[in-house]
Each structure stands twice: as C-alpha cells, then as structure tokens.
Design a protein around this ligand. Sequence first.
Ligand SMILES: [Zn+2]
Length: 196
Amino acid sequence: MAVSRPDWTLTHEMVHLAFPNLTSDDHWAEEGLATYVEPLARARLGTLSEDKVWSDLMEGVPKGMPQRGDRGLHGTKEWGRTYWGGALFWLLADMRIREQTRNRRGLPDALDGILDAGGDIRVRWDLLRTLAVADKAVGLTVLSDLYREMGRKPGAADLNDLWRRLGIGRARGRVVYDNSAPLAEVRRAIVSAPRH
Ligand SMILES: [Zn+2]
C-alpha cells in the first residue's frame, strides 16, 4: 500500500544524505540545514514560490530564538532551537558568504565543499571539522565564526533588522519586497542560485 507523505519529506531527507553523520552533539546543525535548504531546493525546482520561502522563514525563525538560560545551539534538545535556531544559523551563513563574496559564492558552494571532501551521511565527522571543510571551500571563516557566536553562546540576532536588510516584510497578509534594501541582491541570489 502506498503511503502518502507531504512533498517536503523526500527533499528534507536528501539534504541529510549530503551531510556527515555528526559525532558531536549538534543535531541542530543537521535539522537546521534540512529546514533551511529544503524549501530553497523546491523553489529552484519551481514547486514552491519565493513568497512561501520567505513567509515560512519569517514565521519559523522566531520559534528558534534562545530563551532565558540558553547556552547556545550545541547540545540543545529543544524543538524550536533545533529546527529553526539551526535554520537561522544556515541562513546567516548563506547571507554572510554572499555578502563577503559579492554573490560569487553562497552556502551551496560551502556544502559542495563538504561533499567534495567526502563528507556525506556515510562518514562520521564532528561539526567543527565539517564547518572548517566548508569554510575552506569558499576561502572564508564564516561558518566557524558563526559557530563561536551561536554554538556556544545564545547569540543575539535582531530579526527585525535581519528582514529589513534582506528587504522582506509583510503587508496585509502578503510578503512584500524592498529592492533598495542593502541585501536585496543577496536575497534574490539565495532563492535563484542554481545548485551546480
Ligand atoms: Zn531531519
């Protein structure tokens, strides 16, 4: 008997296959990556709209914010921190790589670097090694730096400022875009950049 599943589950699982099986207590990195990348992959395939990508992120990410007593993403067992705190980590990584390379590189290039080094689900690596390999692939230290900011400390992202810089917001229940925002080009590249 065929079991019907939501169309995102296969893409989510595919993202896990293309990332090491982590030995460190960083489940958030695996689930956050799948949470962040899955809608982008579907948007590039044309099965999810750009509006839906951004509206789901604006709705989801606040659920991943640190609460009182938080000690960073490392070791977290909380659902919101694991999925949406993790998604924010990878969104910030994607933004910083694109900002620092003027959109010549993005998170997909860093992830390709992990795969090129043999880092798929069949190997067991810790997260720091995985991030270092990804950083090396794009010639930056964005991921290791972000881990220091968010992995071992609560991290403090100003979400209103984040959406403003990306040029996304809501008006009357719809997603609205500001193409004069500082990171409007980065925002466009995040959704449209082809995987290679
Ligand atoms: Zn998963």
